[in-house]
Design a protein around this ligand. Structure first.
Ligand SMILES: Cc1ncc(COP(=O)(O)O)c(C=O)c1O
Length: 399
């Protein structure tokens, strides 16, 4: 067999280690805490159907024709309004590029900014696909430590001074996988740091709307008004995936004008524009005004499952699994403590757990360096409370 001359940049990346776990899920009866998906039963299929019908009935030209790379203007307007409701003032639709999922926004940031050998800083742990995207463009990925209040500003300041990174990528609200929330005070510190060191901050925020009780602090983008000048050093990625539907593939990038213009240019070469049918559907859905009631339902469902999983873990695994109870998002990020002679290696636990009929993702792929072998991510999003309790029971037996 001949070997095709693939680009050397592919040497920097691999297919997701998380996908490897999915291969194990074929076993009948297996309970999965492995996915990063929202629950399909929570999709507002009726509402999306009505929005799609409206798109095809009222604006078939816009919904089925090529569209502007920047995005369908009424959707950009709706998304600017959606952001304004979350405290982002002074945002015009023209400052927002509609992307094919926020994943494309991350890719466009990599494409427009990163040269081989550049350094970028991410949290330890962080979203593994972002690590891969930055590496694809040749970045050296440096990790910054986090605690339950998110990234530690002092450590981040020292890393920026040492490495002079091209950008710092943060998931400040209900991090994937950590579930951590960057405190309001730290948000201001991080914005100040970006301004002082003239370092681009990338805020990835697909989970901020999925809070269980009190809303989290406003996004970095919303808080940037408190640190004048910081907005020039901030890019924000948003997504409808976790709040409405990932299949629509509607995300967005808000960035300083020159960065946005370059991202638009690169998107032209990539997919020309995000699906117009999906964009018109999303615009109609948002304009129908049902989103906030829908979000309330979704939050309530996830809150119930998160609490059930936390209670089951405390009850059945006791001190052998340590975790902070999440206040939003889709995940519990946990550590095997080894208490009472139980396992400390999450990879071994993953194998044993599958034999017991429950799957989860070991934590290692979420670290760009120095993986924590004891860490694991448990998603409570797609299982009922009864299934969660049974899954945790099986997990505890495998410990
Ligand atoms: C932190 C984070 N960013 C981005 C994405 C990509 O989402 P999408 O492309 O569906 O908007 C995900 C998906 O799981 C995520 O967890």
């Amino acid at each position: 067999m001949t070997t095709l001359p693939f680009a050397t940049r592919l040497d920097n990346v691999e297919t997701s280690a998380i996908r490897e776990v999915f291969k194990l899920l074929g076993k009948p009866g297996i309970i999965s805490f492995a996915g990063g998906f929202p629950d399909s039963d929570l999709f507002d299929a009726e509402g999306i159907l009505a929005a799609a019908q409206q798109a095809l009935r009222e604006t078939p030209g816009a919904a089925l024709q090529y569209g502007a790379t920047e995005g369908y203007q009424p959707l950009r307007e709706q998304l600017a309004r959606f952001m304004a409701e979350k405290g982002v003032s002074e945002l015009t639709p023209e400052q927002l590029l509609v992307t094919t999922g926020s994943q494309q926004a991350l890719d466009l940031l990599g494409k427009t900014l990163i040269e081989p050998g550049d350094k970028v800083i991410v949290e330890a742990p962080t979203f593994s696909a972002t690590i891969q995207v930055f590496r694809l463009y040749g970045a050296e990925v440096i990790t910054a430590p986090i605690d339950r209040d998110g990234v530690c500003p002092e450590a981040l300041a020292a890393l920026i001074a040492e490495h002079r990174p091209k950008l710092v990528y943060l998931i400040p609200t209900f991090g994937n996988p950590s579930g951590a929330i960057l405190s309001a005070e730290r948000r201001l510190q991080v914005l100040r740091l970006a301004l002082q060191t003239q370092t681009l901050l990338v805020e990835d925020d697909p989970y901020g709307d999925l809070y269980f009780d009190a809303p989290p602090p406003p996004s970095l983008l919303a808080m940037a008004t408190e640190i004048p000048g910081s907005r020039a050093w901030l890019a924000h990625c948003g997504s409808l995936s976790k709040v409405l539907s990932p299949g629509l593939r509607v995300g967005w990038l808000i960035a300083p004008p020159t960065l946005l213009a370059n991202a638009v240019m690169c998107k032209q070469f990539s997919d020309a524009h995000t699906s117009t049918l999906a964009q018109v559907t999303a615009a109609n859905y948002l304009a129908s005004g049902v989103m906030s009631a829908r979000l309330a339902q979704v939050r309530q469902a996830y809150a119930l499952r998160a609490r059930a999983m936390a209670a089951a873990l405390r009850h059945t695994a006791g001190e052998a699994i340590a975790f902070n109870e999440p206040a939003g998002g889709l995940f519990i990020w946990a550590r095997l403590t080894g208490a009472n002679g139980k396992l400390t290696d999450s990879q071994t636990l993953a194998q044993r757990a599958v034999e017991r009929g429950v799957a989860f993702v070991p934590g290692a792929p979420f670290f760009a360096s120095n993986p924590d072998a004891a860490a694991l991510r448990l998603s409570f999003a797609t299982a009922s409370v009864a299934t969660i309790e049974e899954g945790v029971r099986r997990l505890a037996l495998a410990l």
